[in-house]
Design a protein around this ligand. Structure first.
Ligand SMILES: [Zn+2]
Length: 301
């Protein structure tokens, strides 16, 4: 769990990390969230600051309007009324958001998409998910499940995805998928697992197999992003998550592949995320401040 005390002017006063340890079960995780939030509020008061709101972001399906963590594969949440529990415990206005959507919110308002109005933030890590942000607000969807770009079908005959269907973008181009594909093609020629970052490095160094695997992933990503652009017509696509740390090794071929796929569509800028590890905490803070009608963070930072 990444946690921060953020002032309305955007200054991060304090950061903390705590183990989620999801194996303890969802009730214990919720207990830790409440303890950590309460502890941060106490530390703020001890420093002479006045906590005004709490923002919490969790993975999975999140009903932001009701403040409920509806479902999460990783943490095991099933209809947890996290907002009400936090209000009860801390006595502060609380906003509940989705981890990728708040990251997108922060990148769109404070980071790489700042000033461009219409932003698609795509986080590529173990999985792939997106947030569509228009004028500083991330679309949530009717059921709290907007932005699942990782489950766009890009290769009907492709490998089976974690969701159960074959050929999803996530099954072709997530960091995990790239590592798996390399291992599959390399067979006995490698004795240890090769990560996506290493595939990128080997590709850049001219290794043909790595080059092939990287290019396959780039082509699949370009198909997914082209679908995203057809739907949303954004000014900027911001790439975040672990894979985006490949930098130009990803951005340069991906820009070219996306360019090839644009017909009448306007080509978006394709850029790397700018806020790194801070995006989630800043986005949760933005959501909390939005909930109490404070928008200073956006203008002052
Ligand atoms: Zn899928």
């Amino acid at each position: 769990m990444k946690c921060a005390l953020v002032r309305p002017d955007g200054v991060v006063v304090r950061t903390e990390r705590h183990p989620t340890d999801a194996a303890r079960g969802p009730a214990a995780v919720v207990g830790t969230i409440l303890d950590v939030a309460g502890g941060l509020a106490d530390k703020a008061r001890a420093d002479g600051l006045t906590p005004i709101a709490v923002g919490i972001a969790v993975p999975g399906v999140v009903d932001e309007a009701r403040g409920v963590a509806v479902w999460s594969a990783n943490v095991g949440f099933r209809d947890v009324p996290l907002r009400d529990l936090t209000v009860k415990r801390l006595g502060l206005p609380t906003a509940l958001g989705h981890d990728v959507r708040v990251g997108g919110l922060a990148e769109a308002r404070l980071g790489a998409g700042r000033g461009t109005g219409h932003v698609l933030f795509v986080a590529i890590g173990t999985g792939i998910a997106a947030a569509h942000v228009v004028d500083g607000t991330a679309a949530v969807g009717a059921h709290g499940a907007a932005g699942e770009i990782g489950h766009i079908l890009v290769r009907p005959d492709g490998p089976r995805c974690g969701c159960g269907r074959p050929g999803c973008l996530e099954a072709m181009a997530s960091a995990a998928a790239i590592g798996r594909r390399y291992a599959e093609l390399a067979g006995d020629t490698v004795d240890a697992p090769v990560t996506a970052a290493e595939v990128a490095e080997r590709a850049a160094a001219g290794e043909p197999l790595a080059g092939q695997v990287w290019q396959e992933a780039v082509e699949a990503l370009a198909d997914g992003l082209a679908s995203g652009q057809a739907l949303f017509d954004v000014a900027t696509i911001v790439l975040g998550g672990g894979l985006a740390q490949a930098g130009d090794r990803l951005l340069i071929p991906l820009r070219a592949a996306l360019h090839e796929r644009m017909t009448f569509h306007r080509e978006p800028q394709l850029v790397a995320a700018a806020l790194g590890d801070e995006a989630g905490c800043l986005g949760a803070a933005l959501l909390a401040l939005d909930a109490v009608g404070v928008r200073d963070l956006q203008e002052k930072r």
